[in-house]
Write a protein that binds this ligand. Structure first.
Ligand code: NDP
Ligand code: GDR
Length: 323
């Protein structure tokens, strides 16, 4: 039985990855940041399954800001594979919390690499990098060779973690990989990300609990996929024979406006009656033309996204509407 260690296990990707690895008969160890109300929403079902919890799934509270809190569960797990997913992952918030983002998202990756390097049995290491490392690139689509030139504090912190991962691979011989992930969504997406914000608002408007939806730049474009496809990519990347970086993306651009139209339509509502834009939600800098070329992941790993943009938004709206 292989053992995996996941940071950010309670996040969107961490929870889907846990399900995937348990289905592959892994023993899964994860760290989460303790919430004051003690709830782990995305892992609730697994936590209440007596055949899984404390049998093949083990959870420990820990904080990326405190290396010692990670060291103990990591050493106990003695993992074959580490998936480093924990991060301050909101790009907009990174403009307000610049130092915290750099500490958690940038330095956090370094802390984990250093802990991983010192384990008696060297694990394979996956770092969740981001398309944000490319900033607003001059050429599209982006691939593993695109220059790193972030334009946001979050992108800068991820660029640091990405380069450190490469340094630990080259200099310390760690089997360390960057998955350069483009946007991916699901009903488990955090509520402040634009897809979930729109889908939640649609359901609240339908139920009469909300009267309008206030967004930032609805002309912004992204390459949006589904989280389930991306966690499969993470696993495939760590099964590869050599440690290399991979772009995971759909290769297709959509606008925020496309999500608005699809989501309101799915609930039988006219978006024009409810949606407006406000400066408060515009970013000081917002990458443009960010679209990935996943050809390497397809060629080397046999990976490709299976869930379409339209299916993703439909699933997210459905999950918000009453059963
Ligand atoms: P989430 O924000 O859903 O999950 C991140 C997790 O990290 C959360 O559970 C969060 O806990 C935890 N965390 C935050 N700060 C700390 C800390 N100081 N110590 C311990 N844990 C902490 O992100 P996703 O699952 O969507 O993404 C997974 C990874 O992939 C992240 O690193 C993200 O930056 C990266 N990524 C994601 C993309 C996407 O489109 N989803 C695209 C590109 C990269 P809490 O809830 O308490 O904040
Ligand atoms: P992003 O995702 O910044 O790409 O980061 P987000 O969903 O926050 O924004 C996507 C685009 O929508 C525009 N936008 C709004 N965004 C939010 N959150 N709220 C709004 O009201 C709104 N209106 C318009 C944004 O300006 C942006 O252009 C995600 C995260 O998962 C990162 O962790 C990850 O690294 C990148 O994707 C790739």
């Amino acid at each position: 039985m292989k053992r995996a260690f996941i940071t950010g296990i309670e996040g969107q990707d961490g929870s889907y990855l846990t399900e995937l690895l348990l289905a592959k008969n892994y023993e899964v160890h994860g760290i989460y940041r303790r919430a004051s109300n003690g709830s782990l929403t995305n892992l609730r079902q697994l936590q209440s399954d007596p055949l899984v919890f404390q049998k093949t799934l083990f959870l420990s509270p820990a904080d990326l800001d405190d290396a010692e809190s990670i060291r103990i569960p990591l050493e106990q797990a003695a993992p074959d594979e580490i998936y480093h997913l924990a991060s301050q992952s909101h790009v907009g918030a990174s403009f307000e919390q610049v130092e915290e983002t750099c500490r958690v998202t940038g330095l956090g990756a370094l802390r984990l690499l250093e802990l991983a390097r010192k384990l008696p049995k060297s694990p394979r290491f996956f770092h969740a990098s981001s398309s944000e490392i490319f900033g607003s690139p001059e050429s599209s689509p982006q691939d593993e060779t695109t220059p790193v030139a972030p334009v946001t504090p979050y992108g800068c912190a991820k660029a640091f973690g990405t380069q450190m991962t490469r340094i630990y691979r080259k200099n310390f011989g760690l089997f360390a990989i960057n998955g350069i992930l483009f946007n991916h969504e699901s009903p488990r997406r955090g509520e402040n990300f634009v897809t979930r914000k729109i889908c939640r608002a649609v359901a609240a408007i339908k139920a009469g609990r909300q009267t309008e939806l206030v967004l930032g730049d609805t002309s912004a474009q992204r390459d949006w996929g589904h989280a389930r496809d991306y966690v499969r990519g993470m696993w495939l990347a760590l099964q590869h024979t050599a440690p290399e970086d991979f772009v995971f993306a759909t290769g297709k651009l959509h606008r925020v406006q496309d999500i608005v139209e699809l989501a309101f339509q799915a609930a039988g509502l006219d978006w024009q009656k409810y949606v407006r834009q406000e400066k408060q939600f515009f970013r000081p800098a917002d990458p443009r033309q960010v679209v990935g070329n996943p050809a390497k992941a397809k060629r080397v790993l046999g990976w490709q996204p299976e869930i379409t943009f339209e299916q993703t938004i439909a699933e997210m709206v459905q999950a918000e509407l009453p059963a």
